[in-house]
Design a protein around this ligand. Structure first.
Ligand code: TXA
Ligand code: MG
Length: 321
């Protein structure tokens, strides 16, 4: 039986209704500064299991735990000096830290997929923060999209992917960052596990040491980072300066005159990240409408947020199972 998925406004009434759903073990799509998350009570095994089911996500894939502040985070994970320094510098914000799990903290073992570490983050979005306060507990929240598909940066993206499978969606407009949080492993030498909304250069500057960038996300340390992800229906080619006749070209910067879509006309990486997933959806719709063969992205520089953008585009372009 499909569930009726409520649309909730980001008013105090809407946020209170979302918190009630979460307390009853239900699931709510909610905005963060990066992408919309699919939230469920991280202490409730059934709620967490339903997140996997709603997304049709492989069970072995651990989830990020969202909390309102560092103090709450410290009840779930062990913070060393580097973790404390990064939390002081970048929380609330688009940085997830993977830290040793406090096994007595009461998180559902499904959240960590049985690992002895936990991925934890303090989001900056005011509605996410208000929801965490109203709910009063930790929220497990992967991106609110069917597994392997394009991440949601607007409430209607969440409805399009998960309507009938979750209790509600809290709508607070488009996400400003537009790509998921940067994930940093800190249970050993600081290791970039997923490039994301906080450029790794900023983390290196705060720590005063270079990060190990070798965290290959297809290895068990970050099992969610499968090669094919963010997949539109149309095929994707990257670093294309001369698109083929039948391709939908997505530009970046002023050299892409004539492209029907662009991530940023001026070549601004922040604007491009914020536009990325919505533009990927538009390009897919355009390709389907016009019967065009595929989507071709112009080259994006591999610096700052460009690293996260290229990571997502490579996964969108990867061979599918
Ligand atoms: O911006 C974001 O991070 C969004 C919003 C909603 O906060 N959330 C998000 O969650 O992207 P999700 O579940 O789609 O990504 C979680 C990633 C996965 O790649 C997973 O493998 C990794 O975090 N992860 C979670 N726990 C981990 C752990 N203990 N060790 C290594 N990687 C972990
Ligand atoms: Mg995701």
């Amino acid at each position: 039986m499909p569930i009726k998925t409520q649309s909730l406004d980001a008013t105090s009434d809407g946020i209170a209704a979302a918190a009630d759903i979460l307390r009853a073990g239900g699931l709510v799509g909610f905005p963060t500064e990066t992408v919309y998350g699919l939230g469920g009570d991280a202490r409730n095994d059934t709620a967490v299991a339903r997140i996997f089911e709603a997304k049709a996500r492989p069970q072995f894939n651990p989830l990020i735990v969202h909390v309102p502040d560092l103090q709450t985070a410290q009840s779930y994970a062990a913070f060393n000096d580097q973790a404390l320094a990064l939390a002081a510098a970048f929380w609330p914000g688009p940085l997830t830290l993977v830290l040793p799990l406090n096994p007595d903290a009461g998180l559902s073992p499904l959240v960590t997929a049985g690992l002895d570490t936990v991925a934890i983050r303090v989001p900056a979005h005011p509605t996410a923060r208000a929801l965490l306060r109203a709910f009063g507990g930790p929220l497990a929240a992967p991106s609110a999209n069917p597994s392997g598909r394009i991440s949601p940066t607007r409430a209607d993206h969440v409805h399009a992917g998960l309507s009938g499978r979750i209790e509600g969606v809290l709508d607070d407009g488009p996400c400003v960052v537009g790509v998921e949080s940067t994930i940093l492993g800190l249970d050993g030498a600081p290791t970039l596990l997923r490039p994301g909304g906080l450029p790794h250069e900023a983390i290196e500057a705060a720590l005063g040491i270079p990060l190990s960038l070798g965290g290959d996300s297809n290895k068990p340390t970050a099992p969610g980072q499968l090669a094919s992800h963010y997949a539109p229906n149309a095929g994707v080619r990257l670093a294309v300066t001369t698109p083929q006749h039948q391709e939908v070209w997505v530009g970046f910067g002023p050299d892409c005159q004539g492209a029907p879509l662009t991530l940023s006309p001026s070549g601004d990486l922040i604007e491009a990240a914020a536009n990325l997933f919505h533009t990927l959806r538009l390009a897919d719709a355009l390709a389907a409408q016009t019967g065009q063969g595929g989507i071709a992205f112009a080259p994006i520089p591999e610096t700052g947020l460009g690293r996260a953008i290229n990571d997502r585009l490579r996964r969108a372009a990867a061979p599918r199972d």
